[in-house]
Design a protein around this ligand. Structure first.
Ligand code: ADP
Length: 275
């Protein structure tokens, strides 16, 4: 074979072998847990924040990273908008919220500044949030992912060691379609799905009846179909919405609330999976 041909066949081989990525753990934490939803508006951020405080109530040291670069919501959900301290011009110190270490793009830019960025800038922002934040002695870092299957998901899938992912959805058909896409993305990128959560599952009326506003059983059914665990149903409850709007997570302000107890059960299931 001529030298040119040999070179070409070597280049072809390299192209055809599946790429293996070096996945680095986030420094300062034992475990990394991803909270994801295929669709926006299903309550993923509300879930992530309340889960973080529920895990804290169970005695774990928790970090909360809002990985939504374009629509950060963590500052609002924890009622804090401080500028983080900068260490040696290189590192960012997380903001403390009742013992949970928090970081979000929202702390780094003005609330109303739109992020009009291309892919490489998003990737670099995710690298900053995962490599340059001084997380300290955490058991678990909870990552509130942006919805969908874009640059942020790809960066996490290729570069960061993730121990488990939770997919949050409403039981509506249109949301479930995206959940199926989300499950396949995680399976393809070899991220272990801990399970699916059915949010806004039903509304309990004053008459004591449950109303299945967004449909019934679809998330559990999807979990079964893809051989994934179903972690539980979270009803539609005004107190959860009010506490989120006030920036005072319910699992923190009222851990005995019926909704907080549901988060506690889900948090316990997740801890078992990390054991
Ligand atoms: P996402 O992160 O998926 O875009 P959010 O967490 O921002 O969604 O939630 C969307 C809206 O729904 C917020 O106003 C939030 O307070 C509300 N919400 C989420 N889950 C519930 C629930 N179980 N009961 C009542 N309101 C909820």
């Amino acid at each position: 074979m001529s030298e040119k041909k040999a070179k070409m066949s070597q280049a072809m081989k390299e192209k055809l072998t599946p790429k293996s990525f070096v996945k680095n753990p986030i420094k300062g934490t034992k475990f990394t847990l991803m909270v994801s939803s295929a669709k926006g508006g299903v309550g993923k951020s509300t879930f992530a924040v309340n889960l973080a405080f529920a895990l804290k109530q169970l005695g774990k040291k928790i970090g909360l990273l809002d990985a939504d670069i374009f629509g950060p919501s963590l500052p609002k959900l924890i009622g804090k908008n401080e500028k983080p301290e900068n260490k040696d011009g290189k590192y960012i110190v997380p903001i403390d919220s009742h013992g949970v270490q928090c970081m979000s793009m929202g702390f780094l830019v003005e609330e109303t500044t739109p992020m009009i960025w291309r892919g490489p800038m998003v990737i670099s922002a995710i690298k900053t949030l995962t490599e340059r934040v001084l997380w300290k002695d955490l058991d678990i870092i909870v990552i509130d992912m942006p919805p969908g299957t874009g640059d942020t998901q790809l960066t996490f899938a290729q570069d960061i060691k993730v121990d488990g992912a939770i997919i949050v959805s409403t039981p509506q058909d249109i949301a479930l379609l995206d959940v199926k896409r989300g499950i396949q993305m995680f399976d393809k990128t070899k991220i272990n799905i801990f399970g699916l959560v059915d949010n806004m599952s039903f509304f309990k009326g004053d008459d004591g009846k449950n109303y299945n506003i967004f449909g019934e059983g679809g998330v559990e059914q999807t979990a079964k179909e893809f051989n994934k665990d179903f972690l539980g149903k979270i009803p539609l409850h005004q107190d959860l919405r009010i506490s989120a709007d006030k920036g005072d997570p319910l699992t923190l302000s009222d851990p005995k609330h019926e909704m907080s107890l549901i988060f506690k059960i889900i948090a316990e299931k997740i801890l078992k999976k990390l054991d």
